[in-house]
Design a protein around this ligand. Structure first.
Ligand code: NAI
Length: 328
């Protein structure tokens, strides 16, 4: 049995990895702590480390992992913006799960949109209190509205299909256009000006960092709703808060937040959360925040665990694997 070191473990992770680990010949030591320069040593003597979206894979951590003899890190997620690729080059092989369930993320985007628009989260609380008033619950039809999708990869295209089912007009922007998508591609400025709802479905890169900022928020319709299920730092949160406070846009559905690393996935209900931007965003009636949970379906967790274990298995056997993140 080969031994693996699992960081940032949550109970739902264990269920799925425990289900499949023996079939791949692995035993797993689960740690609740996140991966960082100090905790990297926990991986010593194991065949690989398994990490997640908010683990620290900076140069310092990569050095510490490398000194502990680790040659493989398998990310159990799609995005890898938390990894210093330059530092990993030639020392640690990196793998990810690029494709587990675009449906999970696209469906969560729609769940958030419908909730914010039709106020079902508030209706649930009201009727439990036998308050049957409808005041303040007026929403709008999605039918006939324009959805602007930024990034037409697996999730963006799945979302486009769902939106068409609602009778929405779908427009998109992406530097790499997908001819099979049968979508109307426009430039970013046109998308922002025309869309009633804007969904971010592109990766976080140097180019896309803060793509939603004061300048781009100013282009949006006054009732526009922005959905972010990709990565927090695609949005300049301070500029978003300012636009919402000045009622320049209609609302925001945020599954990710640029400063989420030390908050999301943990219970701070008995603490004073010091992040003033997040606390003010959460306090607004036209903002809905979920804790980076768009991926959280049985189907996705099952696929994530199997692909992660297969990635490590391929690394150990020296097999080529398309899920390897090639360091530049
Ligand atoms: P993908 O790789 O299939 O597609 C990404 C698309 O974005 C590509 O078509 C690419 O050309 C495009 N793109 C890149 N830069 C762009 C830019 N500046 N403007 C517009 N388009 C751009 O990725 P997939 O699987 O669709 O995932 C999208 C993102 O969703 C991931 O990068 C990840 O950050 C996020 N994600 C979030 C999850 C959650 O639980 N909230 C779960 C899974 C993914």
């Amino acid at each position: 049995m080969q031994s693996l070191c699992f960081y940032d473990t949550k109970p739902y992770d264990r269920i799925y990895f425990d289900r499949f680990k023996s079939a791949y010949g692995f035993e797993i030591d689960y740690f609740e702590t996140k991966l960082n320069p100090k905790t990297a040593v926990l991986a010593k003597g194991r065949s690989a480390a398994i990490a997640f979206v908010n683990d620290d894979l900076s140069a310092k951590t990569i050095n510490a992992l490398s000194e502990s003899g680790i040659r493989c890190v398998a990310l159990r997620c799609a995005g890898f913006n938390n990894v210093d690729l330059e530092a990993a080059k030639g020392r640690i092989r990196l793998y990810r799960v690029p494709d587990y369930s675009p449906y999970a993320v696209a469906e969560h985007s729609i769940a958030m949109l419908l909730t914010l628009n039709r106020k079902t989260h508030k209706a649930y609380l009201r009727t439990r209190d036998f308050n049957f008033s409808l005041n303040g619950f007026v929403g709008f039809d999605l039918h006939g509205k324009t959805m602007g999708i930024i990034g037409t990869g697996k999730i963006g295209l799945t979302l486009a299909g769902i939106c068409r089912g609602f009778g929405m007009e779908v427009i998109a922007c992406d530097p790499v256009r997908n001819p099979k998508a049968k979508l109307e591609y426009v430039d970013l400025e046109t998308l922002l000006r025309r869309s009633d709802i804007i969904s971010l479905n592109c990766p976080l890169t140097k180019e896309s960092h803060h793509m939603i900022c004061k300048k781009t928020l100013d282009l949006m319709k006054p009732n526009a709703i922005i959905i972010n299920t990709s990565r927090g730092a695609l949005i300049d949160s301070e500029a978003l808060l300012d636009a919402l406070m000045k009622e320049k846009i209609g609302g925001a559905c945020l599954d990710v937040y640029e400063e989420e690393t030390d908050l999301f996935y943990e219970d701070y209900s008995n603490h004073i959360v010091k992040d003033n931007i997040l606390t003010r965003l959460i306090s607004l009636p036209n903002v809905l925040v979920t804790s980076h949970q768009a991926f959280l379906t049985h189907d996705a967790l099952s696929a994530i665990s199997q692909t992660t274990l297969q990635n490590i298995s391929d690394f150990l056997a020296g097999r080529a694997n398309p899920n390897e993140i090639l360091c530049r």
